[in-house]
Structures are given as C-alpha cells and as structure tokens.
Design a protein around this ligand. Structure first.
Ligand code: AMP
Length: 399
C-alpha cells in the first residue's frame, strides 16, 4: 500500500495529510501551529476518529515534523506502524518563478533553484524550504517532491504575463504575472472536463477559486492562458483583506495624504483592504457579510456588490481572451459554500446564455452542475483538493 505525506509549511505552521494512494483517501490530517511561539500544539485527526491535541513546545520546524511523525505512528491515535510506510512526501511550494513549469523530484539543485525564487515570495518560499529541510532530516531516505502554486500558469503567453512597464524590469528582475492557486485551478479544470465527459483539450473553462484568497483562471484546452493574480497574490479579485486590482498611483497618493511608509501601505493593501476594508471593518469573512446583507447592513451590501462585480468582470474578460467559454467552475470556501454568490455572479452572465438552476445550486461542497439544462455555458461547483493533486504528482514522479 502506497502512502504519500503532503506537507504545506508556513512560517509558524505546518499542515499535513497522509493519503492512501490506492484509494486516494485521507488516512490522517492535522495542523502544527504556533511553531517557535509560546503555546505551540499539533491538532491530529485520524480518519473517522476524534481529533487529538498534542500540546508540546515546538521551538522549530524540526520539532514540528518530529511531533507529526510521532502522531502518525502513535500506538493509540496513529495510522501507520512505522515511518517506512510513507512512500514519499509531497511539499507545496508557493513560488517556482519561471524555473518550474511542473512538479519535480527534490534534489540539492532543486532546493537551490527554489531558494533563487525567495525574492519573489519572501514570506512563503523560505518557510516551504524549512519544511523540506526538516522532513529530509527526519526521513533522509524518503523521496520528496515539490509542487508549485505557480507551475500551472507557466503556459500563459507573453501578452498575458507581461506588465506594460519597461521590459528591462522583466529581463532584470523577472517582474511579470506568475499567478497562484495553480494546483487548485489544474485540479478543478481537470474535474470539469471529466464531469462533462470531455478531454481537457476539448473545452474552454473559467475557474473561479473564491476563498479568503481568490483568483480566476482562463483554462483553454487544458492550459492556463491567463489568471488574475500577478507577481504576487495581491492583484486581481477583491479578497478577504487584499485589495486586488487598483490604480498603482493610489499608493503614492495615499502615502502622501496619510503619511504612511511603503511597508505600512503594503500592510493596508494586504491586510486591511478587500472585503474587510470595503465593509468598513465589519469582517473579512463572507459568512458575516452574507448575514449583514440579510439584515440590510449597507456596508456589507457594498462589499458584497463590489466583490461580485469584479468576478463577473474577469469572467467577461476571460471569455473574450478564449473567444468563448464552455464551462464556469466555482471552488474554495466561498465558491463551494455560498449559493447566493454563485447566483449573483451568474446574474451578470445572461449575455452568455448562462442560466442557474436554483434547486441544483442549493448545494454545498459537492461536485454538481448548477446550471439548467438550457444553459449555453455549464456552471459547476467543484470542491478543490490541492492535497490530492500534490499527492498524485508525487506518486507519478516517485513511480
Ligand atoms: P477559504 O480561504 O477557501 O477557506 O475560504 C474562506 C471563505 O469562504 C470565507 O469568506 C468564508 O466565509 C467562506 N466559507 C468557508 N466555509 C464556509 C461555509 N461552511 N459556509 C459558508 N461560507 C464558508
């Protein structure tokens, strides 16, 4: 029986899933949090059993990996008897720059190449690398694979990924659109084709990954040809706390008016904007926005309307980019759970012949076609599964 451990390592947290590749089922999952901070703990959930909380100091990621492996092999709440049962480890890596167009087996050269991308994702890549090193230390003979958030979008043509600033900045510093959520967009677009009984090469799909972080991708005949996030995840849709698209001149204007320095300004755009900012601080969580809308809260309605409008605008743009669209898919926390948002976005798409079936749309977290039989474009809800995609890539490379 082959099992893959999927690791998603942040600067102070480590998420994991152990997946049985024969059945593609999750055997156990969990989260190590507050690594390097007081009050660190691992929440470990074996499939079909209650979660256990392991409260132990974790001064670094090595200790976190040690505790995770301990939980997985524990006599009581463990799911494997020995670490050797882990066939391979798949690591999520945020930025692969232009170097990585697909997932790769991790070698010393790969680690150096990921390090070279650190500048492009200074908050994420170093943490991903720490996770890789920690796993290598405790599982020195287990093969490991890196799966990049950016890789799926490496098929974008130059006209889509270039910014209209002096070309030398692309040549010198790699300033271009990279896009993120690639593993999710790939998983969902492949599922859409399978659900519709087509090959990915036969259809044009727009994937709306709507979570706290949100992005849209135009997937034309199985390849990403454009996506809304850019050099960083700040561009594109209105997100939980990120502004998405805006006039870049707003930065210098506001820095002058409010006397903010560039770090404070970036903090405003990343942490205080989006739904949170538009709702005048009500919430970055759409559940509270939805509740506010029902109560007639003006700020909640404002945030809701702007969010929906931006998604609809991108769908229109990507329909033009692909010269048509066969399917629109919704995924991630909001896309999978919020029927009202799916309906509202689609209400802008009458010109495409999009028609939602309210009964079909009254569903959460389940693969479903939510458009009517007459709808000219199929609209689908497809729960994303980035961990499974990482595990599949890992198995494919490990053999
Ligand atoms: P994510 O980043 O994918 O976890 O998505 C977070 C967003 O999805 C938040 O704005 C939540 O309001 C929304 N969301 C997540 N789970 C649910 C749920 N069960 N019901 C309604 N909304 C949800």
């Amino acid at each position: 029986m082959k099992k893959v451990l999927v690791i998603n390592c942040g600067s102070s947290s480590l998420k994991y899933q152990l997946i049985d590749m024969d059945t593609e089922e999750v055997v156990a999952k969990g989260l190590a949090e507050r690594i390097g901070i007081d009050g660190s703990r691992v929440k470990h959930t074996p499939a079909g059993k209650d979660s256990v909380l392991i409260e132990e100091p974790m001064p670094d990621h090595n200790k976190a990996v040690e505790l995770v492996l301990g939980a997985l092999t524990d006599k009581e709440h463990g799911v494997i008897s020995d670490m050797s049962e882990i066939t391979a480890v798949g690591h999520r890596v945020v930025h692969g720059g232009e170097k990585f167009k697909s997932s790769v087996l991790i070698t010393e050269e790969v680690i150096s190449a990921i390090e070279e991308c650190n500048d492009l994702a200074p908050l994420h890549n170093p943490a991903n690398l720490i996770g890789i090193r920690a796993c290598q230390k405790l599982m020195p003979t287990t093969p490991m694979v890196a799966v990049f958030d950016t890789a799926f979008h490496q098929t974008m043509p130059e006209k889509a990924f270039l910014y209209a600033i002096p070309y030398k900045y692309y040549e010198k510093y790699g300033v271009r659109r990279y896009g993120f959520h690639g593993t999710s967009h790939r998983f969902v677009s492949e599922r859409v084709a399978a659900i519709l009984g087509k090959k990915p090469e036969e259809i044009k799909t727009i994937v709306c990954h709507l979570g706290n972080g949100a992005s849209v991708a135009a997937v034309c005949h199985g390849k990403s040809i454009d996506t809304s996030m850019g050099l960083t995840p700040l561009e594109g849709l209105i997100m939980g706390t990120r502004s998405g698209d805006m006039d870049p001149a707003i930065l210098s204007f506001l820095m002058g008016k409010s006397k903010l320095n560039i770090d404070q300004m970036m903090n405003v755009l990343n942490k205080e904007s989006g739904i949170l900012g538009l709702s005048s601080g009500l919430s970055s969580d759409f559940r509270e926005i939805e509740a506010g809308v029902k109560e007639g809260n003006v700020a909640a309605q404002r945030a809701n309307d702007a969010f929906v409008y931006r998604v609809a605008k991108y769908i229109g743009a990507y329909t033009a980019a692909m010269n048509g669209v066969d399917a629109i898919a919704f995924t991630a926390g909001l896309g999978e759970n919020n029927a009202a948002i799916r309906k509202e976005i689609c209400s802008y798409l009458g010109y495409l012949g999009v028609e939602i079936d309210d009964e079909r749309n009254a569903v959460r977290g389940k693969e479903t076609v939510v458009s009517s039989d007459q709808s000219k474009v199929k609209v689908l809800l497809v729960p994303t599964n980035e961990e499974l995609m990482i595990a599949r890539d890992t198995m494919e490379l490990v053999g």
